[in-house]
Design a protein. Structure first.
Length: 208
């Protein structure tokens, strides 16, 4: 349930303090990087759980996901889209302790290879790198959009990873609610978008 709490808190942060997040993004990146390293070092402590178990990283990524599925023009969508780049970067930074911990455990033969999680994490790396404005400027709009489409593959892999590796039944229910609602909303959004595009095309043909 801690994910639900983080999603709400980070959502409110985006709505009411989005300008602050954008203005101080570099400070936030550095601060969260330092904290993430400390949480990995102190992973046996209870307070490191949100980082080591990936709950905080998941919360950041979920808001990045859901932003693209919300109703166009809504206040929540505008707010989340306004910090989408920052949340994407922070999501990767805060999921690093989780990824590192379980990769090391697999390497030491303590767990089976978490294939869905690893593939998803590897795919996150180029998206993380190109989220920085200085890197994005080096790419064409077309190539950047093509790369960003990989995010949908990551979302599916993340969903499978969570369903397979949930720790408590209540978390399983939460993951199902969060991701199924996202997939339904996203499909509905894309269908509406396609219909609007068809209507615009039809109107343009009529005016010719």
């Amino acid at each position: 349930m801690i994910v639900a709490i983080f999603v709400v808190l980070l959502g409110l942060l985006a709505i009411y303090k989005g300008k602050f997040v954008r203005k101080h993004n570099l400070k936030l990146y550095i601060g969260f990087t330092v904290v993430s390293v400390l949480m990995f070092v102190l992973q046996d402590k209870a307070f490191s759980t949100p980082f080591v178990q990936g709950f905080l990283g998941l919360s950041f990524y979920y808001l990045v996901m859901i932003a693209g599925a919300l109703k166009k023009g809504s206040k929540v969508k505008k707010s989340l889209m306004g910090v989408r780049r920052e949340y994407s970067i922070l999501g990767f930074i805060t999921v690093l302790p989780h990824a590192t911990k379980y990769l090391l455990e697999w390497f030491n033969g303590e767990i089976e290879f978490p294939i869905y999680g690893v593939i998803g994490f590897v795919l996150m790396i180029p998206l993380f790198i190109t989220s920085f404005q200085s890197i994005r400027k080096l790419m064409t709009q077309k190539s950047w959009k093509r790369l960003q489409s990989v995010a949908y593959v990551i979302y599916i892999l993340l969903f499978i990873h969570l369903i397979i590796n949930y720790t408590e039944r209540i978390n399983l229910v939460l993951y199902l609610v969060l991701f199924v609602s996202y997939f339904v909303m996203k499909i509905a959004f894309e269908i509406k978008k396609a219909k609007e595009k068809q209507m615009c095309s039809a109107m343009k043909k009529q005016t010719k």
